[in-house]
Design a protein around this ligand. Structure first.
Ligand code: ATP
Ligand code: MG
Length: 337
């Protein structure tokens, strides 16, 4: 059986953007494929510590796993949930792959350039994390890795390392992950989903943006979220139209309305097209978002820590078994064993 692998960092509470753009599509994909694929959902906690963590990382990890369940992940025996740092083989393989990767290819990573920009002294983890990511993927022979477009270059790096390693030892030790073009086909999602910042809709909504009114957090009280929608920046054109370039604020509201209600964007756009009272659209979106949040939060409150720990216990035994077997093959290839 082929493997799908995915994860989201748990450095803080997630936003509506993370939910609609990442969590929900990944849950759909997992539910759709978990009869025919092994689905690995892991919390990349070692990746978290390359940057600041808001609160207690262990608690954030448990909360993020509850998000997956509250977002509708249907559990079965093919779904494996684990924490990266509980499977030491990730770090070990990372070191070995460090000795396979070149400075040239790693220095070309755009994320590294962006994340290190303006930092007086950037930690080595920011440079090295794409190699850890390659280890996360290659340990489990994962073929499909549903991620945002910003991570495609890292998938290509993992592919190159797998190919180079296999060639060097003249053996098919690693499964080469699918090309990014095939990853996109597999995901069948609009990779262009980018929920915008409510106050500055030219930018995307980000959890690290300081202005409270810019973002809806998954733990916002529904009334508070509704107020943020009512205060969202729009434009002075006075006519609803889906046009991200000229009317990003209004277009963002239409996009949110469609995704939250699981409706095709075209249907929502057709319904509101030409409306001159922006307040009416805002009221509708505010109601949709607050209903979504109260349902989500009610589901979240019903998931106990114990349930998550039980899943982790089983998932981590499984992950260690698979990962250690792969690591041993790699160690043998290098004559470490
Ligand atoms: P940060 O400000 O810390 O970068 P972020 O909100 O951008 O936070 P990430 O941790 O970078 O979140 O990304 C987590 C996942 O959410 C990724 O898959 C990313 O593609 C997706 N994502 C982030 N922001 C949005 C958004 N505004 N709309 C849709 N998807 C998003
Ligand atoms: Mg980001």
């Amino acid at each position: 059986m082929k493997t799908i692998l995915t994860g989201i960092r748990s450095n803080s509470v997630l936003t509506l953007g993370n939910y609609l753009g990442a969590l929900l599509p990944m849950v759909r994909l997992a539910n759709e494929h978990s009869k025919d694929y092994n689905v690995h959902i892991f919390v990349p906690d070692l990746h978290s510590i390359i940057s600041d963590v808001d609160g207690d990382l262990r608690e954030n990890t448990i909360r993020t796993l509850k998000y997956w369940l509250a977002a509708g992940l249907e559990l079965n025996e093919n779904i494996h949930i684990y924490r990266q740092s509980y499977v030491p083989a990730h770090s070990e393989l990372c070191w070995i792959l460090d000795c396979v990767a070149t400075m040239g290819e790693t220095s070309r990573m755009i994320q590294y350039k962006e994340k290190s920009k303006g930092q007086e002294s950037c930690n080595v983890g920011i440079f090295n994390y794409p190699i850890l990511m390659a280890a996360d993927i290659l340990l489990y022979d994962a073929e499909f890795i549903p991620l945002g477009e910003d991570q495609f270059q890292h998938i290509e790096l993992a592919r190159n390392l797998a190919i180079r390693f296999n060639n060097r030892f003249n053996a098919e030790i690693f499964t080469v992950p699918a090309k990014t073009s095939d990853q996109v086909k597999f995901m069948e999602v609009d990779t262009a989903i980018r929920i915008r910042d409510l106050l500055n809709p030219e930018k995307k909504m980000s959890k690290s943006t300081v202005a409270e009114g810019s973002k809806i957090m998954l733990d916002d009280a529904p009334e508070k979220a509704a107020k943020k929608i009512m205060s969202a920046t729009t434009d002075s054109l006075g006519k609803v139209k889906f046009d991200m370039f000229n009317q990003p604020g209004i277009s963002n509201l239409l996009q949110i309305e469609a995704l939250v209600n699981d409706l095709p964007l075209s249907e929502v756009v057709a319904k509101w097209n030409g409306e001159t009272k922006y307040g009416e659209l805002k009221k509708a979106v505010a109601a949709s978002v607050s209903t979504m949040l109260s349902d989500f939060q009610a589901r979240l409150a019903n998931i106990s820590d114990d349930e998550v720990y039980r899943l982790l216990e089983a998932g981590e035994v499984y992950a260690n078994k698979i990962a250690n077997a792969k690591l041993l093959e790699v160690q043998k290839a290098f004559k470490l064993r």
